[in-house]
Design a protein around this ligand. Sequence first.
Ligand SMILES: NC(=O)C1=CN([C@@H]2O[C@H](COP(=O)(O)OP(=O)(O)OC[C@H]3O[C@@H](n4cnc5c(N)ncnc54)[C@H](O)[C@@H]3O)[C@@H](O)[C@H]2O)C=CC1
Ligand SMILES: O=C(O)CCC(=O)C(=O)O
Length: 491
Amino acid sequence: MTAVQENQDAVTIDNYISGDWRAPSAGERMPSLNPAKRGEIVGMAAASDLTDLDEAVKAAESARGAWRKLTGAQRGALLFKAADLLESRMETVGRAMTREMGKTLGEAKGETARGAAILRYYAGEGMRPIGDVIPSTDAEALMFTTRAPLGVVGVVSPWNFPVAIPVWKMAPALIYGNTVVWKPAVETAATAALVMQCFHDAGFPAGVVNMVLGDGAVIGQGIAAHPGIHAITFTGSNRVGKQVGQAALARGAKYQLEMGGKNPIIVAADADLDLAVDATISGGLRSTGQKCTATSRVIVLSGVYETFREKLLAKVRALRVGDGLDAETWLGPCASAKQYETVMRYINKGIEEGAELLTGGKQPDDPALSEGYFVTPAVFDKVTPSMTIAREEIFGPVLALIEARDMAEAIALANDTEYGLSASLYTRDLGSALSFIQETDAGLVRVNAETAGVELQAPFGGMKGSSSHSREQGQAAIEFYTSVKTVFMKP
Ligand SMILES: NC(=O)C1=CN([C@@H]2O[C@H](COP(=O)(O)OP(=O)(O)OC[C@H]3O[C@@H](n4cnc5c(N)ncnc54)[C@H](O)[C@@H]3O)[C@@H](O)[C@H]2O)C=CC1
Ligand SMILES: O=C(O)CCC(=O)C(=O)O
């Protein structure tokens, strides 16, 4: 049975436990809504309780013995199949994503293709080395490291990358021999079910991968606290991430948190300003600014400040806001009423604290858009480092321009934040680039490239308050999803 029928009516989205789609035990449902059309229900998702979670954990526990005994190549073959299925369903998955969280169809399909590429990357990991031989001081001994899976991994994922984020968590968990209980964000439950269907159709054995939908405070917190879950990987807000980390730590479970950002782009006086403008717009406003890697502070050197600002404004004003399913749209709506309210609160706060709103920050005039959570892209001038819009993650289409006298001040401003996820510099000067690389407190440091857009084969994660100091993706994932065993063997 498929979980989601592709039509314009609301679909019913069940849990996926032990290889079956199952209605929640209490029969409760919660809606996933279209942010471009207030009131349009995309799906009615299971509002599960802890009984459902227990069933999923039991299924994952009973599947894990056989799953870990398969070879990496056997597990990889299933991931390759899931990748092919996801790729072949790109249009359906992309449309569900756009209808549920608003990003443009082009971005949604691109993310689905990225999901397939991530699955293939980790499928290949099944055939790559997992340890080292280390010379022993005993001439008769063989000493080496190998790796063991952790057991049942809980995945708690957000709505902003509803395919890429859960896939970059589940694929490495699975290839290294763990089983999975996944709680997607309810905002993107229909998209999640389509991803899950790919795993089902690929032929994963029952119980290896399970999905439980529901309220974050019930199922997300339930995963963090569940004694049958050996490790938790989370992406979302700092507030919830801290709770998840504390619950996991309290019972000795391994955890990994990927949280917010307040990412700067520095535009040096010698930068190619046109490229820097494009990177600011793409990094700051794509996906309506709803990326943890989104550019939100634009730090511009005094010599080029006015020129850069005018070039930026001309292009931002020309961006077309609309329904992500409309091919002409560049910028979709905020993902939900809650996100819209948060963004408008920050815009008002910016004005109250004395920043100058140069453009945007309003509902679009087009009456056809009055039914969605649309905000025109906002650019603030005269932002000082102590203002709220320069300090807190907004997660919306808002850029804050900050002027710096020289490169040393620009780097100091870039580092003046509790976050440390991504930072970018536009310059032609090698010396400035090297100082920036060395002195910036961020997990992703990008020169002449935008702050967003991570590559799946490279480590991803933040410094300071942006993460639990661990890294996801690429080869780095093996550190979280496995435990090292040092083996000493003598005849
Ligand atoms: N780093 C990132 O990529 C993301 C950052 N955010 C930030 O968080 C803000 C709020 O967005 P939300 O969707 O409310 O994020 P959130 O942190 O509440 O949600 C992320 C995930 O955690 C779950 N969750 C919620 N409460 C939980 C709890 N008590 N225990 C365990 N899991 C729980 C949610 O159901 C979802 O699956 C955004 O405005 C943005 O600033 C949100 C989503 C992604
Ligand atoms: O920039 C990207 O591609 C990834 C962003 C991300 O991981 C996030 O927003 O959670």
